[in-house]
Design a protein around this ligand. Structure first.
Ligand code: C2E
Ligand code: MG
Ligand code: MG
Length: 701
């Protein structure tokens, strides 16, 4: 198959041209040609098509070989140019070759034409390839030079062999500085040996290593470089070079660090927030374990901080919190963490503590510093604080446990008044857990009908009759058994459930009393305890009235027991409520008398019927002269104010006799009966006068 050859013939003689073509066909070419014999036609032919070769006569009437060569050169294409001519002499031939002709063939030696063309085509091909790769190379280096990324090529030993301008810009090192140096030149000391170890392991195995490097510029400043290091292998597969390309991401990293800082700090005080606090604690625990020291978690809470916000405004509150943060910082050491967990709640991690006494010292310092006056927005302010402490090791292994236990401790601290601190004790937790558990089952107790009432009789010391009963609440807890009201009534009060439960007690007690009336014990009255929370309900009088109406119990058979402090808490309102109740005919008793304000003359202002002397006095009267005196004083004062007296907690005959001798009207206590269920109370009522009462009063006849 003949090879196509596009040949531009610069030749005035058509015959000579035909000779050439024939020679070419003979040599295995299929020439496609165009013949021109002047400059204009040649230029047109060159622009119009592409050519493999130009063959030119040397001398023509209107043109010549050297001019043709110049036309080709000016056109700018690299095509082999061969002069085919009659003998023109050695000198001209040399000149033509010097001017750029590729060969010179005499017309009578045309046999040389085909080999010459083949050789020139091959060489032109090589030249083109060369040219192409040179162009490629130029583009490539141009690109590498112009990219903003840094490019560095090192040999297998890390010696820098090439750096681009991006490298120069990024690092501040000139090419001269860098070339021949070790790439270690850029190390900042911010990565440990293992970082570079992994890098070398990766690239030595022929894999690409990518990471963010913290490197150092020539001027000593640090920068972040997101870098890929690619190993370059030779033909035998051996890694001989590494090419590193990197982007300067310092600004992004700084933005990210700023955001990170923001996400981990409290805006108001600039202190670490809860997230960072937890992180720090999580790291500090294993560190303390290794070093064998003590770590303390302190929760610091401002007492009644809300008041500042509410009365002086949030700006003032904010300034206060900033000041508190500052004082906490200056009361602790540099390595300690002071964080703001929320509102007015701060937390501190004390690390590297030698002994617990040192913690107490720091806390005293903190409390002392926080309780100094604050001068904020023209106000002189004082604030007290409470601190709860948990300690590692001992109070928990996990950050959450330590914080939780410090929180348990802070509640105990608050209970003991302001400017107080408490170390966590494990029994605190079981107490609060117990309370928590109790609270949740308490919420279901009413609908599950777990409450019931016991009744304790009150006995008239003159007639020896049962004049009434006190209703006492019990809770039958499914697991704990019978729970004492002392434990769950405060919980009912805190949760507000007391209103509902209290109403249930009142109704149940009135129903029972009504039942006894119907059974023929029409003189028996019922005493019901009222919690301060119930008493402060402005509707309490109508609640009582409704229950009396509902159960049908005449109001004079109901006595409500209140403590002194319940009445004193809000004396003005108490007076109103008490007169409402009293006007309805309900009797009022002061319970546990003697344990509170003991201001009988003050109580005189209220419509009160009965005083119940607290058990603590009664229990000692037979043995303690002081208590006898107090009890007789209470009784005679009560009488002078027209009140009747009930002595609580009578446990033996001696106490009973003493109370009788002091003209106490009524008694209540285990000596006669513990609080009992409704059936036992029925029995007691039935058998009292005939069988039981005489036993107790044998002495008095
Ligand atoms: P309280 O009103 O002073 O009731 C008297 C308490 O003394 C009762 O305890 C009773 O069992 C106990 N007691 C009576 N006699 C003796 C005695 O001779 N020796 C001894 N050691 N104790 C005696 P209880 O039933 O545990 O009730 C304790 C307190 O719980 C009551 O004190 C009362 O303040 C409150 N409470 C009971 N039931 C109710 C209720 O329905 N509502 C409200 N708000 N409080 C209640
Ligand atoms: Mg009572
Ligand atoms: Mg009492």
């Amino acid at each position: 198959m003949p090879k196509t050859l596009r040949i531009l013939c610069v030749e005035d003689s058509e015959d000579d041209a035909e000779l050439l073509l024939r020679e070419l066909r003979k040599g295995g070419f299929a020439p496609e040609h165009c013949r021109v014999d002047n400059e204009a036609d040649m230029r047109e032919a060159l622009t119009g098509s592409s050519w493999d070769i130009v063959v030119s006569d040397y001398s023509m009437p209107n043109f010549d070989g050297i001019s043709a060569l110049n036309v080709l050169k000016r056109h700018g294409t690299d095509i082999p140019f061969i002069i085919v001519s009659a003998n023109i002499g050695e000198e001209i031939a040399v000149m033509a070759m010097k001017a750029g002709a590729h060969d010179y063939i005499m017309k009578d030696k045309l046999a040389r034409l085909v080999p010459a063309i083949e050789r020139e085509l091959k060489e032109a091909n090589i030249r083109h390839q060369h040219q192409n790769s040179e162009n490629e190379m130029r583009k490539l280096t141009g690109a590498i030079e112009q990219t903003t990324d840094s490019v560095m090529i090192c040999n297998a030993h890390g010696i820098i062999e090439y750096v681009n301008s991006g490298f120069v810009r990024m690092t501040g090192y000139s090419k001269d500085d860098a070339l021949g140096n070790n790439s270690r030149l850029l190390r900042s000391g911010r990565h440990d040996d293992s970082f570079y170890g992994v890098m070398w392991d990766t690239i030595s195995l022929g894999d690409v290593f990518q990471d963010v490097f913290i490197n150092k510029r020539k001027d000593g400043s640090l920068y972040y470089e997101e870098k890929s290091i690619t190993p370059l292998k030779n033909e035998r597969g051996v890694v001989e070079h590494f090419i590193s390309t990197g982007k300067d991401i310092t600004e992004q990293m700084q933005t990210r660090e700023r955001l990170h800082h923001l996400s981990q700090h409290d805006l108001l005080t600039g202190l670490p927030n809860r997230m960072l606090f937890n992180d720090r604690l999580e790291q500090a625990i294993p560190r303390t374990r290794r070093n064998g020291g003590i770590l303390a978690v302190l929760l610091v809470d401002m007492d009644r901080f809300k008041n500042i916000n509410e009365t002086l405004g949030f700006d003032c509150g904010d300034h206060m919190l900033q000041a508190v943060g500052g004082r906490l910082l200056s009361s602790t050491r540099d390595g300690d963490t002071v964080a703001r967990l929320g509102d007015d709640e701060f937390a501190i991690i004390l690390e590297d503590v030698q002994q617990t006494e040192d913690i107490a010292k720091v806390i005293e310092k903190i409390i002392g510093s926080l309780s100094q006056a604050y001068y904020i927005d023209d106000h002189e302010l004082f604030i007290t604080s409470s601190i709860g402490v948990s300690i590692y090791p001992g109070d928990g292994e996990q950050p959450e446990t330590l914080v939780q236990n410090a929180d348990v401790a802070i509640h105990h601290a608050k209970e003991s008044g302001s400017n107080n601190y408490r170390f966590y004790e494990s029994k605190m937790n079981s107490q609060s857990l117990y309370r928590l558990n109790l609270e949740s089952s308490l919420r279901k107790a009413l609908e599950r009908e777990e409450f019931f009432l016991l009744y304790q009789p009150q006995i008239d010391l003159v007639t020896h009759q049962i004049i009434g009963f006190e209703a006492l609440l019990r809770w039958a807890h499914p697991e704990l058994g019978i729970v004492s009201p002392v434990e769950f009534i405060p919980l009912l009060e805190e949760t507000g459930m007391i209103e509902q439960v209290g109403r249930w007690v009142l109704r149940k007690a009135c129903q029972t009393c009504m039942l006894w009336h119907k059974q023929g014990f029409g003189d028996v009255s019922m005493a019901v305890n009222l919690s301060p929370v119930q008493f402060e309900d402005e509707h309490i009088a109508s609640v009582v009235k409704n229950i009396l109406d509902e159960t049908g119990l005449p109001s004079n058979y109901l006595e409500l027991e209140l403590t002194e402090s319940t009445i004193m808490r809000n004396a003005a309102e108490a007076a109103t409520t008490l007169s409402q109740l009293s006007n309805m005919g309900v009797a009022i008793a002061i319970d546990d008398f003697g344990t509170g304000y003991s201001s009988l003359s003050y109580l005189q202002k209220f419509p009160i019927n009965t005083l119940k002397i607290d058990r603590s006095f009664v229990s000692e009267i037979a043995t303690n002269d002081g208590d006898v005196n107090i009890v007789s004083a209470i009784i005679s004062m009560a009488h002078s104010l027209g009140l009747t007296v009930v002595a609580e907690g009578v446990e033996d005959a001696d106490q009973l006799m003493l109370l009788q001798s002091k003209q106490c009207e009524y008694v209540q206590g285990f000596f006669f009966s513990k609080p009992i269920g409704i059936k036992d109370a029925d029995e007691l009522l039935k058998n009292w006068t005939k069988n039981i009462s005489p036993k107790y009063f044998a002495h008095s006849g």
